[in-house]
Design a protein around this ligand. Structure first.
Ligand SMILES: Cc1cc2nc3c(=O)[nH]c(=O)nc-3n(C[C@H](O)[C@H](O)[C@H](O)COP(=O)(O)OP(=O)(O)OC[C@H]3O[C@@H](n4cnc5c(N)ncnc54)[C@H](O)[C@@H]3O)c2cc1C
Length: 301
């Protein structure tokens, strides 16, 4: 039997989302539909799938992730460089933890060359674990590459007991090489546009890549709904409304990488001075206020 690449909890979440979408349009989702080619003309876009089937629509939104086929068809292959860091990821059912590891807030551990973040998901049912460290022997950028508990634990040898407890509660730790890319200056061409990681893949140090994809979707829907203009112009307006914010996330994430892994964290004295300086309420607010006060309903489109 082929092993699923998703955990049970992920499958439940995907099914709930699929149900909500198909209630609106029963034919909205087609599985095993890998887009291989796209062509546009004055009246629409045609995509050809790997199984030979074609689909035609008024517009095409390439929400196909960091290795986007739609992006490379429009603008050519991207230029990614390895950041020198690897991310360990996994979700843990919250009931496996004692109370303080299930607390309803995010916890960020920082150290020289590495950091760990954990926070509750789905109203506290799950704990998300991400451990990032500077390591240059892994360059696969994929959601599905599994490592072992032992390897992950070794990468955080000597870290606080909570970090080790979290690692040992994971079923499977996944590893993802973190790549750097400059923000794309252009997302749309004619009737085709991009959304999410396809147009602004980012390091995860502001924990906002998925949030940016959701915001993109909301603003794109507003543009299509509210703007009376040819679709080519509507897609340009969507891009214009989103490009500055998402570029700021890409740049801010790279800056946070340097902050989280700072050599000043090497010893207790240096670490205290660094944390006291960098994590005051004022400094934290300065870094995050713009990110968390964005209102998708108030953005001018
Ligand atoms: C270690 C790590 C930690 C992160 N932590 C956070 C966090 O805490 N908070 C946060 O907001 N974000 C976080 N992110 C970022 C977040 O996961 C991504 O930004 C988000 O998943 C992007 O969503 P997306 O829909 O654009 O792309 P994806 O989630 O990658 O989805 C793309 C989809 O397109 C499909 N696809 C690909 N090619 C084709 C094709 N040719 N035809 C048809 N379909 C195709 C894929 O199968 C996939 O289903 C993290 C990322 C990493 C790596």
């Amino acid at each position: 039997m082929k092993r699923s690449k998703f955990t049970e909890t992920q499958i439940v979440a995907i099914l709930k989302l699929a149900e909500a979408v198909t209630q609106i349009n029963p034919n909205a989702i087609e599985l095993n539909a890998r887009v291989m080619q796209l062509e546009q003309d004055e009246s629409g876009v045609t995509v050809t799938l790997a199984n030979g089937k074609t689909h035609r629509a008024d517009i095409l939104v390439g929400a196909d992730g960091v290795h986007s086929r739609v992006r490379s068809s429009l603008f050519g292959e991207d230029k990614a460089t390895f950041s020198g860091s690897l991310a360990w990821r996994g979700v843990i059912p919250a009931e496996r933890h004692t109370e303080h590891l299930r607390a309803p807030y995010g916890v960020n551990w920082v150290g020289p060359g590495a950091h760990v973040i954990h926070y509750p998901l789905r109203k506290g049912e799950l704990v998300n674990f991400v451990g990032i460290l500077e390591r240059d022997d892994w360059i696969q950028e994929s959601w599905n590459d599994a490592g072992t508990i032992e390897e992950c634990s070794n990468d955080f040898a000597g870290w606080h007991e909570d970090v080790q407890t979290l690692i040992h509660a994971l079923d499977t730790p996944f590893k993802w090489a973190l790549m750097l890319r400059d923000p794309l200056p252009q997302w749309s061409e004619g009737r085709i546009t991009l959304l999410g990681d396809a147009c602004h893949p980012t390091l995860p140090m502001l924990a906002s890549g998925a949030a940016m994809a959701i915001e993109d979707g909301y603003i794109l829907a507003r543009c299509l709904d509210e703007i009376e203009a040819p679709v080519e112009d509507v897609l340009k307006r969507y891009e214009a409304a989103r490009v500055e914010r998402t570029s700021r996330v890409v740049r801010g994430s790279a800056e946070n990488a340097r902050r989280f892994h700072n050599p000043a964290l090497e010893n207790a004295e240096g670490a205290k001075a660094y944390v006291d300086r960098e994590w005051t309420p004022e400094r934290t607010q300065e870094r995050y206020e713009w990110l968390f006060t964005y209102n998708v309903d108030e953005v001018k489109v």
